[in-house]
Ligand binder design. Sequence first.
Ligand SMILES: [Zn+2]
Length: 289
Amino acid sequence: MNNINEIQRFSFDHTNVRGERVLLNDAYQNIISRKEYPEALERLLGEFVAAIALLRDIVKIDGVLSLQCKGEGPLKALMTECDEHKNLRGIAQWDDTQAFPEQVSLKELLANGYLVITIAPRNGRRYQGIVELVGDTLAECLEQYFYQSEQLPSRVWLAANGSQAAGLFLQRLPAEQAQTGDEDAWDRFVHLASTVKDEELLGLATEELLHRLYHEEELRLYDAKPMQFGCSCSRERTLDAIVSMGAEEIRHILSEQGVIQADCQFCAEKYRFHKEDLDDFLGDQAQTH
Ligand SMILES: [Zn+2]
């Protein structure tokens, strides 16, 4: 139980309902250990990490999926990301001049903010979808997003406590995709999942949790897939970001400091670039101007 980081799919025989359960331990702890986050924000960031893990398994793409928000309230920005190898990373910025509020809606935390899902396939165009800030919680916003983007009734439960982050997802597929004779199945499964307490969602292994909820149902549990903390930063990508500052700015920093430093905010990897690393770029710029 102590260090499970995995996502597991399940379905119910003779119904059109499927589900996912994610449970994260050190993959989540690794993310929140990068900064001195207020406890309430540690929990919120955990909900986002659990959510991106669920989304990653639901949206089938070969690439990177991210969930991010920006706002003018106590929460300034938050970003979580998961790639096709199930590497998770995340980061948040907040207004540290005041106490981070405990019991307010995501909409109030963001104040004039927005929440967006970005799908970035390895080959193909990036796609962004706005997630409306409806309801009080991230889970409610995502339920609305699934309903609008896929026209599929979906329910999401998320929880995090600073040690574990977890999520549970149920979705009713179109009837023709499954043989249904059980009209009440969806309502029954949702009702049972709604009885889950945060301690159970965070504390029980998936098989145990689902057995507790659905031992009277014909549950089919698929293989668990491991997830882990992982950062997609690289020296090459960092160099691209530096080059985008422009030759003038780069020359200015090099003349003042002799080196350009860029530390990855997600994983704390330190990147250093000296003049010789940037000569090619600066040389080209000199010729074209
Ligand atoms: Zn990194």
